[in-house]
Design a protein around this ligand. Structure first.
Ligand code: HEM
Length: 226
């Protein structure tokens, strides 16, 4: 109903799905995790981790790989979905796609390794979600590779969108939690925080699924990302 052609909803979708606004929207939502990952990639080799991340140093290789893979995955994802770039730079798109897959796989495996090896300060709810979504990310990437090999490109695109939504699913919550961290000087923790994080993760995955379904049924408004 909201997105019927000509309705206000369809106009919003049309505007947001043009190549540049889509990339900008994704960049805004993933800005904080990407910047955190970039900072850790520099801090880990320098041995300059902040006190509240020292916990993660018990598994330094997994921590470094996780941050480096998250950085690459977060940067490449939005670019891979812009059709005009895919058309103009086909070979670069394919190489970037391989790097995106590899980064996603390393992100999922290192995330699971951190989950198993690091003493958690989160609730069981968030840790369970990390376990489930870490495995789900690996599965989505495997299905994406399988469909690309089978030359089923619509299916490949759908699994890549799902993988991106799972991997970056907590990104938008940083827009709320990071300012809270700056104000209080303490990382926000507790049941309420974790409910918000998991809720954001599920919403991102639902949004990704919605995009997949819209792309599957021809809509003029999604032309930029098709
Ligand atoms: C399915 C996806 C993901 C899973 C399962 C996952 C899992 C984890 C786990 C278990 C931790 C340790 C948490 C702790 O005990 O404090 C962690 C930390 C971290 N993750 Fe992820 N993660 C995912 C996606 C991402 C992405 C996309 C990025 C970056 C763009 C990222 C960047 C980081 C960083 C920088 C840390 C360390 C935070 C700090 O220093 O306090 N993660 N992740």
């Amino acid at each position: 109903m909201l997105n019927r052609p000509g309705s206000p909803g369809s106009a919003v979708v049309r505007r947001a799905s043009r190549p540049i606004p889509l990339a900008l929207l994704l960049a805004l939502c993933s800005f904080i995790p990407i910047m955190t990952a970039a900072t850790r990639v520099v801090q880990i080799p320098l041995g300059a981790l902040p006190e509240d991340s020292l916990r993660l140093a018990v598994s330094l290789p997994a921590f470094f790989l996780h941050a480096a893979a998250g950085l690459l995955f977060g940067l490449l994802g939005p670019l891979q979905f812009v059709r005009s770039l895919r058309g103009r730079y086909g070979a670069a798109h394919r190489w970037a796609g391989r790097a995106f897959m590899l980064a996603g796989a390393v992100l999922a495996l290192s995330g699971l390794a951190l989950l198993l090896r690091v003493e958690s300060i989160a609730t069981g709810l968030l840790d369970a979600a990390r376990g489930v979504f870490g495995v789900a990310l690996a599965l989505a990437l495997l299905l994406g590779v399988a469909s690309a090999r089978a030359r089923d490109m619509p299916r490949h695109r759908a699994w890549m969108i799902r993988a991106y939504a799972i991997g970056m699913g907590t990104g938008p919550v940083g827009l709320v939690l990071f300012p809270l961290y700056l104000i209080t000087g303490e990382p926000p923790t507790g049941v309420l925080t974790d409910v918000v994080v998991v809720g954001t993760w599920l919403s991102s995955i639902a949004l990704g699924e919605w995009v997949v379904r819209r792309l599957a049924s021809p809509q003029p408004g999604m032309a930029g990302v098709r």
